[in-house]
Design a protein around this ligand. Structure first.
Ligand code: ATP
Ligand code: MG
Length: 444
């Protein structure tokens, strides 16, 4: 992409309406545009990043054997009346009427709809387990939408649902998602800690929130610092080792506000290991047994001929919220330097030539290597504008494209000044640069 053609509406200054750094940076670099309170359009830069996050989330769902489906955003109120949540959900649910005067709603979550799909198709234990997910927009009419896409009304979520024959198998499914979440956040280079959590309106008896530490987070957390050092084998999905993995984390006291018990905290965690801080919830998993299958009458035939309600869990990741969460974790606001992890960067490398009215040879060089990098499948943006060099550098530090090739005085012959944001520059040939980037990509 040539910068002069790209739709990246960068602002000169920080927008005054934004309070936290992710919201500021997203508006500043033209990633999103608010369309009404808590509702945003995603512009090319932001959308590219979100799509890359989505891809990683999807790959990790597929790895544990979950199958992708797509349910609609608009749902009928009927199934919600069956589960009893139509009234319980309250004002957060956006209710609408169609031209026949039927009560419809914009889905805030999908337990009812998926249970309806399940009950009309699966009748026997032989088809279990089923792990189904979709990645779809949700609407919750939040009382106080704020912080940009962090707490908005319309947001993009991956939600998965598991169906099993009994509690034991259902816990196995739960643990698969537990592992897949750890893997997902790791690929996004985020440290997300699983914390025992309340089940809220989803209901049930086992639940973990995955939290990223951040001062601007809305969840207050109480944790044992040693939880950050938990190590685990990422490769196995064997039943026993997954149970051990969850237990390893659960060994350390680590909870959010709603589950906090001061006495227990002080008893279980020595004072030097106590950490009380704030975090951002990026994922949440629940096991709730037959909470929905019972009222919606979703049962399966068991081996002995009896029937039982299928045991269910649900598993959410805030795909759009993750865009903001990564910024909160990676953006150095003071120096105005962002660095996107290569796994989700909007472009992998930026070619930044020094160009003046009389000197266009750098642009020619830049165009040549742009073609080479593209042919090696490296997603590249070339700044072909005649903006002065220092404002170009400022701009690219904000944009956070992790690698930069600077074509100016220091680039010599076939060697180019190559820089990874936050590291010292070095002089490399274009082949070396392409190899280095492609090697990094393979490790994602
Ligand atoms: P929160 O406690 O932040 O309101 P929640 O517990 O209501 O979230 P879940 O039902 O667990 O949310 O949804 C799964 C994930 O969807 C959350 O972990 C979060 O990452 C994301 N999410 C939930 N509500 C919003 C929102 N209003 N804006 C953006 N992302 C959201
Ligand atoms: Mg939650």
């Amino acid at each position: 992409m040539y910068f002069s053609k790209a739709f990246i509406p960068i602002l000169k200054n920080n927008p005054t309406e934004a309070k936290i750094k992710s919201h500021k940076l997203m508006l500043r670099t033209g990633m999103i545009k608010q369309s009404s309170a808590g509702i945003y359009s995603w512009l090319p830069l932001g959308f590219k990043i979100m799509k890359k996050i989505e891809k990683i989330v999807r790959e990790e769902q597929n790895k544990i054997g979950a199958q992708e489906i797509l349910m609609p955003t608009i749902q009928s109120s009927e199934i919600w009346k069956e589960s009893g949540r139509y009234d319980d959900y309250g004002d957060e649910m956006l209710r609408i009427k169609d031209r026949q005067n039927r009560e419809m709603l914009y889905g805030p979550t999908n337990e009812e709809l998926i249970t309806d799909i399940f009950r009309s198709n699966i009748k026997s234990y032989k088809s279990l387990p089923q792990l189904l997910y979709h990645i779809q927009w949700k609407f919750r009419d939040e009382l106080r939408p704020r912080f940009g896409i962090m707490r908005c009304r319309e947001f993009y979520m991956k939600d998965a649902y598991s169906f099993d024959i009994n509690d034991d198998e259902a816990l196995y499914s739960y643990n698969k998602f537990f592992l897949s979440y750890l893997r997902t956040f790791k690929r996004l280079t985020l440290t997300a800690i699983p914390m025992a959590a309340d089940t809220g309106p989803i209901g049930g008896n086992l639940s973990h929130e995955f939290i990223i530490l951040a001062e601007t987070g809305e969840s207050k957390i109480f944790t044992d610092k040693r939880i950050f050092d938990v190590e685990y084998d990422q490769t196995t999905v064997e039943k026993k080792s997954l149970e051990d993995l969850r237990k390893k984390y659960e060994f350390f006291y680590s909870v959010t506000d709603d589950k906090f018990d001061k006495q227990e905290f002080e008893k279980k965690v020595s004072s030097e290991n106590r950490l009380i801080t704030k975090g951002i919830e990026v994922g949440h998993i629940f096991y709730f047994g037959d909470k929905y299958s019972k009222p919606l009458n979703a049962s399966v035939d068991l081996p002995g001929g009896k029937k039982d309600f299928v045991k269910m869990g649900s598993y959410g990741v805030g795909v759009s919220r993750l865009v903001g969460a990564i910024i909160e974790a990676k953006y150095n606001e003071k120096d105005e330097i962002m660095k996107w992890p290569l796994s989700v960067a909007p472009y992998e490398v930026a070619i930044i030539p020094m160009i003046t009215k009389n000197e266009t040879s750098n642009l020619k060089k830049a165009e040549k290597i742009y073609k080479i990098l593209n042919s090696k499948k490296i997603d590249t943006i070339l700044d072909d504008t005649d903006e002065n060099f220092s404002s170009k550098m400022k701009k690219f530090n904000l944009l956070g494209i992790p690698y930069q090739i600077i074509i100016g005085k220091k680039s010599d012959g076939d060697l180019f000044e190559f820089k990874e944001i936050g590291k010292d520059p070095e002089n490399l040939s274009i082949d070396q640069i392409a190899k280095l980037i492609n090697n990094q990509k393979e490790q994602i």
